[in-house]
Design a protein around this ligand. Structure first.
Ligand SMILES: Nc1ncnc2c1ncn2[C@@H]1O[C@H](COP(=O)(O)OP(=O)(O)O)[C@@H](O)[C@H]1O
Ligand SMILES: [Mg+2]
Length: 243
């Protein structure tokens, strides 16, 4: 078996496993409800339905992520590059994530003179969603997620940092977390659901658009940084640019 075939087999077996876990649970709880409807009290019925709903959401997210991956590998994937102001996109993402993680505070500090960047807006929004969602998902209860912007590399890139306070990530896992289906085994990750595809997609999309992504975790603070090329118009106006 060559490397491609081996990778393909590994991929299929991981995907099958990822699909089977939620499906088994959906089937099990539906069967229990159908078989014992009259014996179950309302609280139990509600609890079982909640699990069925959560597991269905997990399957939908997984399928969406898988579709993103297939698109990443397709030659015809077309990116529509547009001059983009990062602030409204980040505000939109934060308002969506906020509705799912109500205990978290989101502190957004985007400098007023941040240059526009040249990206595919939908993909940029997907990248920011993955990072901000992870920060909310893997951080301590009632903690704050910070989103800041800056310029770097002689103002040719806009940097966006997403920082959270949680368990942190060991340096030895910095590379691993960007791999397909990889999740770090710790009490927090075990508590929340995920497929381990988000950062793989995020890194691929960022790099395809000429950007960079990195992570740094010190103590219980974790910062993911993405950098995107500024729009040409802005590069020409470099004199205006401050660090
Ligand atoms: N902000 C973060 N703080 C701590 N760990 C993180 C953070 N973001 C990601 N991780 C770790 O990296 C893993 C991979 O992330 P991701 O690819 O988004 O997958 P998922 O969120 O579906 O598990 C997560 O399972 C988690 O263990
Ligand atoms: Mg994720």
């Amino acid at each position: 078996m060559n490397d491609y075939e081996q990778n393909y087999e590994d991929f299929i077996s991981t995907v099958s496993h990822e699909l089977r876990t939620p499906l088994t649970s959906i089937r099990g709880f539906s069967q229990t409800m159908l078989a014992s409807w009259d014996k179950l009290d309302d609280d139990s019925k509600k609890k079982f339905l909640k699990i069925i709903e959560e597991q269905s959401n997990r399957l939908i997210k997984l399928v969406e992520n898988m579709l993103s991956i297939t698109k990443l590998h397709s030659v015809n994937e077309n990116f529509i590059y547009k001059e983009t102001d990062i602030k409204p996109v980040i505000n939109t993402v934060v308002s969506i994530v906020k509705s799912q993680y109500k205990d978290k505070i989101f502190d957004i500090d985007i400098k007023r003179d941040t240059p526009t960047i040249l990206v595919d807006r939908d993909r940029f929004q997907q990248i920011m969603t993955n990072l901000i969602e992870n920060a909310a998902k893997y951080s301590d209860e009632n903690s704050t997620v910070y989103i800041t912007s800056g310029f770097c590399n002689n103002c040719e890139f806009v940097s966006i940092k997403v920082t959270d306070t949680g368990l942190g990530i060991c340096e030895s896992d910095y590379e691993k977390i960007f791999e397909k289906f990889s999740r770090i085994d710790n009490p927090l990750t075990r508590k929340v659901q995920g497929s381990g595809l988000g950062l793989y997609i995020t890194k691929s999309l960022t790099e395809k658009m000429g950007g960079k992504i990195s992570v740094k975790s010190e103590g219980n603070k974790t910062t993911f940084e993405v950098q995107f090329p500024v729009c040409n118009i802005e590069v020409q106006a470099r004199s205006k640019c401050r660090r």
